[in-house]
Design a protein around this ligand. Structure first.
Ligand code: FAD
Length: 493
């Protein structure tokens, strides 16, 4: 612990302490600030109140210092400062971590100003870690009509999504975001910069494609290979919630039969809002880069002969400019809880009825309104995701049939709403997860869940890849400087 100050009254009186008890004096901060090219934001600065916040309002971080880095040397100096003063360091790109990993009470190293998206010629782009998806998609379209398979929310940071996976509506045609990462530059805990690539640190290249952020070092930028943009046709239709069993069984069986073309990624969404329509509904949404005839042929597999007739008059269709095309997205800072499951095999055929039950229960909850959005949604895997072997990158769930996300929002900070939301998501997950996991299980590291026990999350997120990740961790960060609630642990020696 460092204390005392020779620098005048201001900081001596109010020397800032983080949760480790370390105290930063005005002299220390002043010296540090003079070495940083970007911004150093302190609790007394006017920008602090908004800069400290992250996307999930479940967390209310009060960091001792926020550093908005603009260069690799800013990153290395911030690491050195945090190490020397024994202060926890949290890394932030877009600030969307589900478990508040980019907040905390230590130093926040914010990469949001390192957000350039640059064409390197042809399909190759360099993407700063702090770039938001909407800028990645926009710049790629404007520089040769390219795009990249990635997430549906435009404000998500590339630094976070690309290291954990990158699920989205182009995943069956083009894979995950991390599958397009050809190399990345990283500043390690010792301040050295390395290139994670097949010709550089190849093991690190393996690891950063699935490890998720916050465990190995600070990625400054990624070099990616984009894919040609093709019009993304979106078609959505509704099925009565009373037919939830048939809807889910049809969705799963079409996926199991392997007859969906790679151009199509399909979502089946149970959400409280459509379950509140009279009569209650669930929604199926098809995202396709195929021709319009192909799109209609795929839709007919679901709603035509042998399928389930759609509810008349409720469907929608449009062409999307980018993979950020979820009409139900809520890109506003909110309090939310999330959980996930990877589905590897059969699901009991009455599971849809249980989903219906949990949707109805949410709607009937006296503390929750429709503004407290709640959803359980399924997304098809396979196609390009499954072309890659489960141990070829650190992302292990290549052979999953489906991914399921549970999301519950509390629209106010009222404790009764927050509790009702928490009880709902924990209850339906406890009921449904075993059914979804009959032939293998797992969770998605980017939908990280702090309800998972320490005995669960490493194997759920990384499966058999975890021991290798631990070895990589030992090699690049042997003192476990980069650590957090669910960061990769050092192997027991
Ligand atoms: C509204 C919303 C929509 C979403 N939609 C999708 C989706 O469609 N598909 C999908 O796959 N995921 C989606 N996600 C999940 C998203 O992929 C993860 O939350 C992701 O980690 C967010 O990255 P970020 O940079 O915004 O977050 P941050 O909180 O900044 O970072 C996430 C993690 O990475 C670490 N980190 C950040 N930057 C770096 C860096 N440069 N080097 C090393 N570590 C770093 C952080 O410390 C933290 O542990 C969504 C999340 C939200 C909130």
């Amino acid at each position: 612990m460092l204390a005392g100050s020779a620098f005048g009254m201001l900081w001596t009186k109010s020397a800032i302490a983080d949760c480790t008890g370390a105290v930063l004096t005005d002299a220390l901060i002043s010296r540090f600030k003079s070495r940083i090219q970007g911004m150093v934001i302190l609790p007394s600065d006017s920008g602090y109140a908004t800069s400290r916040l992250i996307f999930n309002t479940r967390f209310n971080p009060y960091p001792v210092v926020i550093v908005r880095a603009v260069s690799e040397s800013d990153i290395a100096r911030t690491i050195e400062f945090a190490r020397t003063n024994n202060i926890a360091l949290a890394l932030r790109s877009g600030g969307h971590s589900y478990i508040g990993a980019s907040g905390g009470s230590g130093i926040i190293l914010d990469l949001s100003l390192m957000n350039e998206v640059t064409s390197l010629g042809g399909a190759n782009f360099r993407i700063g870690s702090g770039a938001q998806l909407q800028n990645v998609y926009g710049t790629m379209r404007c520089n040769g009509n390219w795009t990249i398979p990635s997430g549906s929310c435009g404000t998500v940071g590339f630094g976070g999504i690309a290291q954990g996976g990158g699920f989205g509506y182009l995943q069956r045609s083009h894979g995950l975001t991390l599958d397009r990462v050809r190399s990345a530059r990283m500043v390690r805990a010792d301040g050295k910069s390395v290139i994670a690539s097949p010709n550089g640190d190849a093991d690190l290249h393996w690891a950063i494609r699935g490890a998720g952020g916050g465990s190995l070092g600070v990625v400054t930028h990624f070099d990616v290979e984009a894919v040609p943009y093709q019009t993304i046709h979106v078609k959505g239709w509704y099925w009565p919630l009373n037919l939830a069993d048939q809807a889910l069984n049809k969705f799963i069986s079409l996926q199991q039969e392997g007859i969906l073309p790679r151009s199509a990624t399909v979502a089946l969404v149970f959400n409280a809002n459509s379950a509140a329509i009279s009569p209650p509904q669930c929604v199926c949404v098809l995202f396709s880069t195929g021709t319009l005839a192909e799109v209609e042929a795929v839709k007919q597999l679901f709603v035509g002969p042998g399928g389930i007739p759609e509810t008349p008059g409720l469907g929608f269709e449009y062409d999307a400019e980018s993979p950020a095309c979820d009409p139900h997205e809520m890109p506003i800072r909110s309090h939310y809880r999330a959980k996930s499951a990877m589905v590897y095999g059969n699901v009991p055929t009455d599971t849809g009825a249980l989903l219906k039950h949990w949707m109805e229960r949410r709607i009937a909850d006296p503390f929750l309104t429709l503004a407290d959005y709640g959803t359980i949604n399924f997304l098809t895997f396979g196609g390009a995701v499954a072309d890659i072997s489960p141990n070829a990158t650190a992302f292990p769930h290549r052979q999953a049939l489906l991914e399921v996300q549970f999301l519950g929002y509390a629209n106010t900070q009222s404790p009764s709403v927050i509790n009702a939301n928490l009880n709902w998501i924990r209850g339906c997950y406890a009921d449904l997860f075993p059914r979804l996991s009959s032939e293998g299980s797992g969770c998605y590291v980017n939908y990280c869940d702090d309800d998972l026990a320490d005995s669960q999350w490493p194997s759920f997120y990384w499966g058999e890849n975890y021991p290798r990740l631990q070895q990589t961790k030992l090699r690049v960060d042997p003192e476990n400087f980069f650590h957090g609630k669910q960061s990769i642990r050092l192997p027991e020696l």
